[in-house]
Design a protein around this ligand. Sequence first.
Ligand code: UT7
Length: 331
Amino acid sequence: MRNAQITGIGHYLPERVITNFDLEKIMDTSNEWIVGRTGIRTRRWVQHGDTLSGLAYNAANKALAMAGKTAEDIQLILFASMASDHAFPGGGCFLQDKLQIPGVPAMDIRNACSGFLYGLSVADQFIKTGKYDTVLLVGAEIQSTSLDLTTRGRDVSVIFGDGAGAAVITATDNSDKGILTTHLHADGRYANKLWADAPSVNDHPPLTKELLDTDRIFPKMEGRFVFKHAVEKFPEVINEALQTTGLGIGDLDLIIPHQANLRITEAITHQLKIAGEKVFSNIERYGNTTAASIPIAISEAVDQGLIKKDSLVCLASFGSGFTWASAIIRW
Ligand code: UT7
């Protein structure tokens, strides 16, 4: 049977490093609070000149190089992001323009922290059916420019970072390799537990000068509520993938959870009764990069030799929507 396999992976982070001590200077927070509640010590934030499609382009080129492919080999672009370079069209088209491959379909996926896994599942279906042989999947975010950088928004703004990760996914005839299973879920009842209320097309007009003076334009989160659901859904969706494939937790070489909070990662490790070194974490350096977090983590795990040929890896996510998802891949 034909399978889909990640044959190239790459990541790119903006150069500007923001420490918790930098945040202490602009809002009422502390390094101690941020490290204790989230595990985050630094994150990357863009500066003037950086663009969303630019971050994505740099990550995509690294993934293409690893796969031994060029942009001309791409038959479909999947662009997972909460953002776009402009209000519309979606970011996939701006990335496609940078890659100089006019005519190739560019599809946007807006499922926040689960965006990369939603995209992985879409790529898997298109490749398994024989429609495409080579798909570029990117998770990229610029979040720092939309945050409330005052004490009012501190619970959210200390968490999020910018970055991009990309995967080149190609067809293989070896059914033991590649994406073995994917599982996608959503529950829109809780959409307003982690969201930005405005600008909204339901307002007439969506943008007013008054609106800009309110906090409705900033991302908001009911942190404890989100946390509670995250620690429940991560193990649930990982177990769903294990049951589908008939694998046990002990068969996995590595679990890569979306990097939401170190305490969430530790809770997953505890609940699944798996050794800490088998659960990847880089949130300390990059914070929560939403759709970019899983591909950045895969790319770093490959660079660090934690993922090698034939490694069995479980990917899992939870975030705004709510959405949650998992996949098991054999590298
Ligand atoms: O990727 C999408 C999925 N996202 C998640 O899974 C995130 C889930 N949630 C969380 O990670 C945590 O809920 C947070 C890290 C966001 C917050 O941690 P918490 O332990 O749930 O804190 P809290 O929101 O209950 O706030 C505790 C206290 C409050 O003060 P009082 O009311 O106890 O006086 C907050 O005002 O901490 C205060 N606080 C802060 N203090 C210093 C909130 N943010 C900050 C801050 N610095 N940045």
